[in-house]
Write a protein that binds this ligand. Sequence first.
Ligand SMILES: *Cc1c(COP(=O)(O)O)cnc(C)c1O
Length: 361
Amino acid sequence: MSRVYNFSAGPSMLPESVLKKAASEMLEYETSGQSVMEMSHRSKVFDKIAKDTEALFREVYNVPDNYKVLFLQGGASLQFAAIPLNLLNGSKKADYILSGQFSSKAYKEAQKYGDVKAIASSKEDNFTYVPKITKDDITPDADYVYICFNNTIYGTKFPYIPETGDIPLVADISSCMLSEPLDISKFGLVYGGAQKNVAPAGLTIVVVREDLIGKADEKIPAVMDYKVMADADSMYNTPPCYCIYMCKLVLEWIKNEVGGLEKMKERNEKKAAILYDFLDNSKLFKPVAQKESRSLMNVTFVTDSDEMNAKFVSEAAEAGFVNLKGHRSVGGMRASIYNAMPVEGVEKLVEFMKKFEAENI
Ligand SMILES: *Cc1c(COP(=O)(O)O)cnc(C)c1O
């Protein structure tokens, strides 16, 4: 067996020890005589897995007691609609900050349901930075303000948490969930698809302040209604059982092997610094995202020519560094270095890039 260094933006790497543990429990989970994949979600055994996962998520992410943690399906993209359907319940106004493709998609979706405004955008610079907003930019009676905290495609991250006063701040944290400590009390709702940093594809985690729940229009589909899902402990219908179990293993890995989110952050900062330091000094490669908005998770970079980019991506893949091709709207390269990417993976990538640079300059 020879595992590659996988820089995919998502679905992406999972920690090797998590995969091994899942493999060892594949045929029989504990003494249940069955795989987690085969269990009823109403069984005692799975009920414990679900409860333990939530408890661990709350502990590791330091979720305040007045927030619900929901384990849902439909991906982050379903939340683009679920958020306005649940939260546009007062003035039916909402403000969106457009810092990339996912916030733009969320904005477009929300426009179907209310009076939704883009209060800032970095589109004119192809989203190479995160726009700054202040409290004065916000619609005073908005039902919520929406941001995408880490912009997976462009390799940028909010360097600040917008100050929205009493107006709930909603953040898509799909590509930075559990990558570092987050003060959840500054947000009304944070959510993300699990396939970037937390579990295999199929699970979406929503963390929502309790007072924001239960005011949705009655025509909202039941599976999108946070009240229905919260009242049923995320089991109104069949949850993504196996993904929840994998999420539990990842949380145990963060807690017991990494040593918690402060340690996770240190590790992630170290990896990002190795790559950005190299890019800042390279004669061949250039970083794309502006310095103050750089992501710790997704690092975008280019050379001067499309041919050189393609040559690099192909030779890197041959050397065992896969999925480095950038998203089509940015071009060039993107190295996604989520939690599960070991420091050694980034060190070896940079070694390879140095060698490639020496041969091609
Ligand atoms: C991947 C991603 C999405 C889309 O997630 P799906 O689960 O495919 O709907 C949305 N937002 C961000 C920030 C992402 O990285």
